[in-house]
Design a protein. Structure first.
Length: 239
């Protein structure tokens, strides 16, 4: 588990094992690192300079012996920052590669992870301080957090995402007041939520979720999304 996380932020498997070994056992010679990790010595000698370049390992000479020490795990934050910076720089150039197409892009999802995919996509798509607009069905409200990604609330709060929500009268009673969420209810007599369908509008996308079958459709098109957003706000302001 620890090595998996380290690999995600830029270390290879051997680097991760060596770094964790040095954290666990303290200042060590190459022979000790070999004994603790079972990584062949030539590979250890190859990886140590790379770890030093990343600021995670320092070399200490005592007499004729060379020892290696792990730097504080706080140093990992700079690696994460570097990866994030490189990603931010890369994204615009990757977007330029994508062919411009005015036709809507449609993605169909089904299964127990369909809804989780939608909510992850919302967070991946919206910028810091972004807004999404949601028609929340009664069944969607009853599900609570069970259908959300595990880290959804943490990421949403970190990104300072705001929400406008239209729901049923029953759904409104279940939702506690929050600073970053405004909720209004449609009277039951209109039957808008009789079919347990949830719709979410975010950036250039509209996600439609059938809460009866755990299926979802994501439509990506700026014109359709803006049209749906304006319809939502017209209704929202009338409630």
């Amino acid at each position: 588990m620890k090595t998996d996380v380290l690999e995600k932020i830029g270390l290879n498997k051997n680097e991760a094992k060596i770094y964790i070994s040095l954290l666990e056992h303290g200042q060590s010679r190459v022979s000790t690192i070999y004994r603790n990790t079972k990584i062949h010595r030539p590979i250890i000698y190859k990886e140590l300079p790379s770890l030093a370049e990343k600021g995670l390992v320092t070399e200490v000479v005592k007499g004729k012996q060379t020892y290696y020490s792990a730097e504080s795990p706080d140093k990992l934050k700079s690696l994460v920052d570097t990866v994030l910076y490189q990603t931010e720089v890369l994204i615009p150039s990757l977007k330029e590669i994508v062919a411009i197409d005015k036709k809507p892009k449609v993605k169909f999802l089904e299964g127990k992870n369909a809804v989780k995919y939608v909510y992850n996509d919302i967070l991946d798509t919206l910028p810091l301080g972004g807004i999404f607009y949601r028609y929340s069905s009664t069944k969607d409200s009853r599900k609570g957090r069970s259908f959300l990604p595990r880290d959804y609330e943490y990421r949403r709060n970190k990104q300072k995402i705001e929400r406008y929500v239209i729901t049923s009268e029953a759904g409104l009673q279940r939702k506690k007041p929050k600073m970053d969420r405004v909720v209004k209810a449609i009277p039951r007599r209109f039957g808008l939520f009789d079919y347990d369908v949830t719709q979410i509008i975010y950036q250039d996308k509209i996600a439609v979720i059938d809460d009866n079958t755990d299926t979802a459709i994501i439509i990506e098109n700026p014109i359709i999304a803006e049209f749906q957003r304006k319809l939502f706000m017209v209704l929202f302001n009338l409630l």
